[in-house]
Design a protein around this ligand. Structure first.
Ligand code: PEP
Ligand code: MG
Length: 762
């Protein structure tokens, strides 16, 4: 059964549009289940009716015509109950409704399963049989599994249809909306540029070209390149392979011939498809055909074609690389955005980001927030490979993306973009004002940095120091581990730029979703695996080189602080302290005169929360990493869009943990800061200040917003609010109570011009 299922899903996945996908579904399911009818009804959100969209067995002329409301017929019942319905004789059921045009009076038994995507019913899959009989448990399980598998495929095919401007009934749809999760707030209107990971055939988009000859020439060069590679490889392995094994290379060469794959691809290019798209189409067709074969030997051939496809693609992409054009307002779209990708877009042209994978807590989203670029993450239903070159609106605040926007929508968003620009300008006036509450409490606001550009941004916004310098960012942008000398230069730049303000440098924190291309870590559970301090303690050479570079970079400046990530107990801290002391001794022996810098520990693992006192005793300061602390306390992967709505730093458990950390750190007489993203949320910052955090460290973009908020409030009022919220056990109620309280204080909307009129002003 699994095999049948896999084959059907595979076939449906490669269908060119929704109509073709549904056609394959009904045909294959009917065959697999040996039934006489298989039909798919999809819920049309506009009319709220289940419309017959494809059938094998019923009258095909009724497709698109027969429909029923959720309170009508058996299909409506399956859709509203969200449960399968298995009937020996459908006509006996009180909800049975007869549709003459389908010719279904001939079928007695009925089995229907709802098609549910992201908790939403999108349709109903039905099989019917002439004779009266109850479908058995196995058949029911098959249909339920089938419809669960198909839900995503249908949603995806549907979205692809809307991108192409075709609705379910073939109606033209100008605009399509896709919902993901907010990555970085703000709006952007621009042109999508799809950035592909290197040589991944599955994600190559369709693209229309006009210069067919140029494209054919590109393809020819690629073929010649692969041919030459094959011959070279064959010659190289001549002594190690038997002649029959070497024959494989001849097969490859033959496939590239004009009469074979080569000519099929050329034909598709001649229809106006770019070479990469033509290659994907032809290779996918062949691979699917081979994959469906029962003969294992023939199935294996699929991997040969795939391999050949990848090789050709690598050549085509190499030739294309230089030609990638970034429009003036580029919205970068990728299956999985990486920090390195952000660096490839020329300065000043990047206005928005869209990632199919990842969530608002992924590191790339954190970088996007630091850069102030509106971003939507986890847009799993976006057929991203098809949006290259089309106009797109990114609503990073709501986590929504619109493709092919109408004039009205475009205008609306252009106004929002302008308003946001004005707001930022207004906030700039706060730069030189201190962050002090109405009742005189001084709250130091620090900044998180990583990219070089963060330095200028931070200074422009009046940061008072660096609370977190993510040293892994320069490592991620590099092609190899930077040497001690290279690191020294990078760190010196940070320290000098902020001097005499403190700069908190975190030791290399890789693993999880932060990988280095030159030091790959492949794990089933990367967030529970080899991350942060665990990696660097296992590789003391990396840790020592980095610490030495930091210490040397601080010579004469003395504003360095060192922060240790992912500490889960005192044993790790002691080992790290030992290495730091060793590095300090070494650099001093080499003649660099630097004092021992203050050392701090990040509290980002629940175990560390309960050991705050023990940890605090051995260090100079603490800094809470609320991003990871939230993920580990709530057991919600910060990178997974499916559970993004469960990730909540205002969850009562998180708030309690934060209070515990502040209380215990202060009991040991040590200052405690917070550098997770919640510190940059103006509403959350009110609570953090009330808890007693000694400083807040955030991205430069949000710093003026937090400053504006804290300057409008009394510490005593904030403490009352915190006390009230700490009695609430429901995260949703905490959110709404916090919003309501701020609204009552006239602080629901950041407004630098109007803020001074706050009712709180004494
Ligand atoms: C955190 O976990 O809160 C933190 C600041 O570190 P990062 O986001 O880099 O993991
Ligand atoms: Mg962290």
């Amino acid at each position: 059964m699994l095999n049948t299922l896999r084959k059907i899903v595979q076939e449906v996945n490669s269908a060119k549009d929704l109509k073709a996908a549904l056609g394959i579904i009904v045909l294959r399911v009917k065959e697999a289940m040996g039934s006489q009818v298989c039909s798919v009804y999809l819920l049309d959100p506009e009319t709220n009716r289940f419309v017959l969209m494809a059938t094998e067995g019923l009258n095909k002329r009724s497709i698109g015509k027969v429909s029923m409301a959720p309170n009508e017929g058996l299909v409506g019942l399956v859709g509203t109950r969200e449960e399968p319905l298995n009937l020996e004789n459908a006509a006996d059921h009180p909800r049975y409704r007869y549709f003459a045009e389908t010719g279904e009076e001939r079928y007695a038994s009925f089995l229907g399963a709802p098609i549910i995507h992201h908790r939403r019913v999108v349709g109903v899959l039905v099989i019917q049989q002439k004779e009266r009989r109850q479908f058995d448990e196995g058949e029911e399980a098959f249909l339920v599994t089938m419809s669960a598998q198909l839900a995503g495929v249908i949603a995806h095919a549907e979205a692809t249809g809307s991108i192409r401007g075709l609705g379910r009934q073939g109606k033209g749809i100008q605009e399509a909306k896709f919902v993901g999760v907010p990555g970085s707030p703000g709006a952007a209107v621009g042109t999508a540029v799809v950035m592909l990971p290197p040589a991944d055939l599955d994600v190559v988009p369709d693209k229309h070209i006009t210069d067919i000859d140029a494209e054919l020439a590109l393809f020819k060069t690629a073929i010649e390149g692969v041919r030459a590679d094959m011959r070279a490889l064959s010659a190289k392995l001549a002594t190690q392979l038997r002649p029959e094994e070497r024959a494989l290379f001849d097969v490859y060469l033959m496939m590239l011939d004009d009469a074979s794959l080569g000519s099929e691809i050329t034909n598709v290019i001649k229809t106006g498809q770019w070479a990469q798209g033509a290659l994907r189409q032809v290779v996918t067709d062949h691979v699917n055909r081979f994959d469906l074969m029962d003969d294992e030997y023939l199935r294996e051939r699929a991997s040969d074609v795939k391999d050949l496809g990848r090789r050709l693609l690598a050549y085509l992409q190499e030739e294309r690389q230089q030609n990638l054009v970034y429009p003036e307002k580029t919205i970068l779209v990728s299956e999985e955005l990486t920090p390195a990708m952000l660096g490839e877009v020329p300065e000043g042209t990047l206005v928005g980001l869209v990632s199919v994978l990842g969530s608002g807590n992924s590191h790339v989203a954190i970088l996007a927030r630091a850069m102030g670029i509106p971003t939507v993450m986890g847009l799993v239903d976006l057929p991203y490979a098809k949006v290259d070159g089309i106009e797109v609106i990114v609503d990073g605040t709501r986590g929504e993306v619109y493709t092919n926007p109408s004039d009205v929508l475009r205008k609306q968003f252009a106004e929002v973009v302008e308003e946001e620009k004005q707001l930022a300008l207004g906030l700039d006036t706060l730069r030189d004002l201190p962050c002090v509450t109405l009742d005189g409490h001084r709250m130091p606001l620090w900044v998180n940095t990583g990219l070089l550009a963060d330095v200028a941004r931070a200074q422009k916004r009046g940061a008072e120091g660096v609370g977190l310098y993510r040293t892994e960012v320069p490592f991620m942008i590099n092609q190899r581990f930077p040497s001690e000398k290279e690191q020294l230069a990078i760190y010196r730049e940070q320290l000098a730029a902020f001097h005499p303000q403190p700069v908190t440098m975190r030791s290399l924190d890789i693993g999880g979703d932060k990988s280095l291309s030159y030091f790959p870590i492949k794990e089933d559970n990367p967030f529970l695996g080899w991350r942060g301090i665990r990696v660097t303690l296992d590789h003391p050479e990396i840790f020592l080189v980095q610490t030495r570079a930091m210490l040397k970079a601080s010579e004469g400046l003395n504003n360095l602080r060192i922060l240790l990530p992912m500490i889960s107990g005192t044993h790790e801290l002691e080992e790290a302290l030992h290495l730091i002391h060793r590095a300090w001794g070494e650099v001093r022996d080499e003649g660099t005169d630097v004092p021992m810098p203050p050392i701090g520990v990040m509290i980002e693992i629940p175990a560390a929360v309960y050991q705050t006192k023990e940890l605090a005793r051995q260090v100079d300061f603490l800094s809470v990493g609320s991003n990871d602390l939230t993920q580990y306390l709530l057991a919600v992967d910060r990178n997974n869009p499916r559970v993004a709505d469960l990730y909540d730093y205002l969850h009562p458990a998180v708030l309690q943990a934060l209070q515990t950390v502040v209380r215990d750190a202060h009991a040991e007489g040590k200052p405690v800061s917070i550098c997770g993203e919640m510190a940059g949320d103006p509403a959350a910052a009110v609570l953090l200040m009330a808890m007693g955090f000694d400083s807040l460290s955030m991205n430069a973009t949000n710093l003026p917003k937090v400053k504006w908020m804290l300057r409008q409030i009394n510490l005593s009022k904030a403490k009352d609010l915190l006390a009230e919220l700490m009695t609430i056990d429901n995260p949703q109620v905490i959110h709404s109570s916090l919003q309501l309280a701020l609204k009552n204080l006239g602080l629901s909307k950041i407004n630098p011009a109007g803020g001074q009129q706050s009712p709180l002003k004494p």
